[in-house]
Design a protein around this ligand. Sequence first.
Ligand code: ADE
Length: 227
Amino acid sequence: MIGILCAMREELEPILEEVEVKEVVEYGKNKFYLAKFDNKDLVLAYSKIGKVNSATTATIMIEKFKAKKILFSGVAGAIDEDLKIGDLIIATKTCQHDIDLTVFGYPYGYIPESEVYFECDKSLNSIAKSVAKKLNLKLKEGIIASGDQFIHSKEKKEWIKKTFNASAIEMEGGAVGCVCFTLNIPFFMLRAISDSAEEGAGIDFDEFLEESSKVSAKFLIEMLKEI
Ligand code: ADE
């Protein structure tokens, strides 16, 4: 069973259109779509935005629906200069930029007995890179930082870049990475850029959410054929 997770309806819908949905199970105030694609069993859902919602949904996919891998698809704000709207990025690792226990001498993003960074699965990342090569698509690899904030300020974005060496920003990857690390489940994070995470990002996000969601969904579907 492969878990396909998104945060928003707009991110999941273009994936659902490509798979054969067999059953819809309502659980935990959410809908889980049990589907087949290329003879593979999938469980798909969108969690709603944010770290708690995405961690809850990832946990349900793993514990209730027995997902053996989690693949995330969606949109992100760009941190690196070379990332433009519609560009694809996969995470090498994810982190949570809004964790601050620095008063106790810990680095930003660190919780005692946990980790700052959660590694993404190297073999899924290498499948993504070979799919990109085959399709002649640009695919960046880098750290993706998450927090329960929509970033729309150059100053905040620069702080996240400097503190976590992140290339892109969103609101779920660090949480899902933490769940998958805890439960020993391979985790893959794919995003297409929807905005610059600077002033005006909210307007770009609204304009490009659907288009960039489709870019990410289309790539994920191509990748699923190779898994
Ligand atoms: N997801 C897409 N764009 C984002 C941004 N600027 N901040 C946080 N999450 C995002």
